[in-house]
Write a protein that binds this ligand. Structure first.
Ligand code: PGA
Length: 248
């Protein structure tokens, strides 16, 4: 894992956006694996700025998102469908039928998971963007999830619901379940870009960087099995890491 230390979230977002723009410019048919949450928001803002200024073309790009809540309609402002539209899809020229997000709205979630896996088999992700939860989750793969799991319905950990309650009126509104791409699917991506910002992520970063063990109780440790992972983390996120990490 290559760790790049940056000053703050702004620098993290600018560097991540630069990386994505280069990927898409060099390979216009790129498949981008996308994430939601606070972490990638500014990166998406940078992509939108670049699109408006420089017209980077996304017409051949395909995107596939990591996860979605169960039971929220795509019009619900807390759904990840809505998030993606609001922060990215509403601006860039990514074709609507080239964007994939799990459908958490239907009754037959088992079928949704199966279809998502078939899709993942067909679309090899060139660059997967990831965030990390305080408990080390990636996507919504909570601690204890087998690394072999494919797309599945997950019962969200209390810590995750609590943390995500900031996007809802109260914790009671946070769905109890979500659909997430499994860790084995995430590891199939050709390249992974993990973004981490803020002191609240510092214990997770310390665990990830300083602990050599690959352990299902800390899902992000699965990334150690991948040959091409870049972590862009800011000073606050790396504040508990004593070992050397490269500066940007
Ligand atoms: P955050 O979430 O970007 O909102 O901090 C990251 C995650 O939980 O994966």
């Amino acid at each position: 894992m290559n760790v790049i230390k940056v000053k703050n979230k702004e620098e993290m977002s600018q560097l991540a956006a630069k990386h994505i723009i280069k990927k898409v410019t060099d390979a216009p048919h790129s498949v981008l694996g996308l994430a939601t949450g606070s972490t990638p928001k500014e990166t998406y803002k940078e992509l939108v700025k670049d699109y408006i200024r420089n017209g980077t073309d996304y017409s051949l790009v395909k995107t596939i998102n990591l996860d979605e809540y169960v039971g929220l309609s795509s019009e619900n402002k807390s759904s990840y469908h809505y998030f993606m539209k609001k922060h990215l899809f509403g601006y860039l020229n990514i074709k609507e039928n080239n964007r994939y997000i799990p459908n958490g709205e239907t009754e037959d979630l088992k079928e949704v998971c199966l279809q998502y896996d078939q899709l993942i088999e067909k679309m090899v992700v060139d660059l997967q963007l990831l965030g990390i939860g305080r408990n080390g989750h990636i996507g919504f793969n909570e601690p204890g999830t087998s690394f072999n799991t494919k797309t599945h319905v997950v019962k969200l950990a209390h810590a995750t619901r609590q943390s995500n309650s900031r996007f809802f009126n109260s914790i009671d509104e946070v769905p109890t379940h979500a659909i997430t791409m499994g860790i084995s699917s995430i590891l199939k991506s050709k390249e992974i870009l993990l973004l981490v910002s803020g002191s609240h992520k510092a214990p997770a970063m310390k665990h990830l960087i300083e602990n050599e063990a690959i352990d299902v109780q800390f899902p992000a440790s699965a990334l150690k099995k991948h040959h091409h992972v870049t972590i862009i983390a800011d000073c606050e996120a790396l504040s508990l890491v004593s070992s050397y990490v490269g500066e940007n």
